[in-house]
Design a protein around this ligand. Structure first.
Ligand code: SOE
Length: 381
């Protein structure tokens, strides 16, 4: 008979796109991974009671709260999952840590490095487990790249490049503020594509290729005024619509990054490539189960790019799913995040990225915004 699992009571704050992605992960993880703890969807907090009740009914939360503070104060909650706009991350995370809760926070950790530093201090002072949901790390093909690069198989690394391209804000009618479109409100988001999209590329890049020392960035705001979703009045736009960055990594390699919401035709195209002395990898989100691999050690005539379908039991996480050859999707990255987080509770080795790890990404994002404004190279530290 399967061993009884300890409950891990989850308090979710927010019910948007990420609230759904995380709730799905909390629900599924125990069906596929053998873990000491079983997540229990205890409560969801949101200001709109009707929407919170609908969300709770759909995803199986036992109860609802209208104020996140009441959720944080509850004795029956072990972990707080923050799925609300960036301007609320700091206050909630600090309150949750003070209440002794584990804290999981949507990316980016905060609007600025300063806010992120306070969050890191709070969770570390309280000694509570913490995680930031940079979900693309948990795509098996990306995790495979990380493993092989870490093994030294690529030799010296020369280049890392990544793009994250979308096109959903081209229309000047998209408002500033509101559900989903809070990403266009600099007060709520902190920055535009830099914190929202480029942050994913930076997180994966530093995970695979190490820290970034200095950078030079070009940022642009194509639509300068948008309607405020609440007041209906036209307002200046404070976010970056597009960003292009060149940087040095601490290992001596060069980085190139681009993100935009103005690449017509691209909905969510995240691509990455790493080139080393002995080999290279390429990956893109639209073919997320595949990795292209070039191995220079193979004899000349047979040498070339090969395409690995990352679905074998020996590939990261895949042994927990179906049988070799059967693919998985975007949502599985969140399930893997939860599996690693819970595994970390048992092993005592915290899953990454912790708040401290994710703070480094925000530090780089802040340097990008600064460089875009000043048109100068910026040291990250
Ligand atoms: C923006 O459209 C967005 O939803 C980001 O907020 C997510 O982090 C990214 O994974 C997909 O695009």
């Amino acid at each position: 008979m399967a061993k009884a699992k300890k409950p891990l009571n989850i308090g979710m704050i927010g019910y948007g796109f990420m609230g759904r992605a995380h709730s799905n992960a909390w629900r599924k993880v125990g069906n596929f991974f053998d873990l000491e703890y079983q997540p229990v969807l205890k409560a969801v907090a949101a200001r709109n009671q009707g929407k919170a009740a609908d969300f709770a009914a759909r995803w199986g939360y036992e109860s609802i709260e209208s104020d996140w503070r009441d959720l944080v104060a509850r004795d029956d909650i072990d972990a707080i999952d923050i799925c609300v706009p960036n301007d609320l991350h700091m206050e909630i995370a600090i309150a949750a840590a003070k209440a002794g809760k584990m804290v999981l926070c949507e990316k980016p950790i905060a609007r600025t490095t300063k806010e992120g530093e306070k969050m890191v201090a709070a969770v570390e002072k309280a000694g509570v487990p913490n995680l930031v949901w940079y979900n693309y790390r948990w795509i098996p093909a990306v995790a495979l790249i990380k493993q092989i690069v870490a093994s030294g198989r690529l030799g010296k690394i020369f280049h890392y490049r990544a793009n994250f391209l979308q096109d959903w804000t081209i229309s000047p009618d998209v408002p500033r503020g509101g559900a989903g479109t809070w990403r266009l409100d600099v007060e709520a988001a902190g920055s535009g594509v830099t914190g929202d999209l480029l942050a994913h590329c930076i997180d994966t890049a530093m995970w695979i290729n190490g820290g970034i020392s200095d950078l030079s960035a070009m940022t642009e705001t194509f639509v300068k005024k948008r309607k405020n979703a609440e007041t209906g009045k036209m307002q200046d736009v404070g976010i970056d619509d597009a960003a292009a960055v060149m940087c040095h990594f601490e290992n001596g390699s060069l980085g190139l990054f681009e993100s935009t919401r103005y690449a017509r035709g691209h909905k969510a195209l995240y691509t990455l490539e790493i080139n080393g002395e002995k080999g290279s990898f390429m990956w893109n989100l639209h073919d997320l189960n595949r990795v292209s691999w070039f191995d220079h050690s193979i004899e000349g005539q047979l040498r070339g790019w090969s395409s690995i379908l990352v679905t074998d039991g020996e590939h990261p996480y895949l042994g927990k799913w179906w049988v070799p050859g059967l693919t998985i999707g975007y949502e599985h990255s969140f399930v893997h995040a939860v599996a690693d987080f819970i595994e970390g509770l048992t092993s005592g080795t915290p899953a990454a990225p912790t708040f401290r790890d994710a703070l480094e990404t925000t530090r780089v994002c802040d340097a990008i915004i600064k460089s875009g404004r000043t048109r100068k190279w910026v040291d990250v530290r």
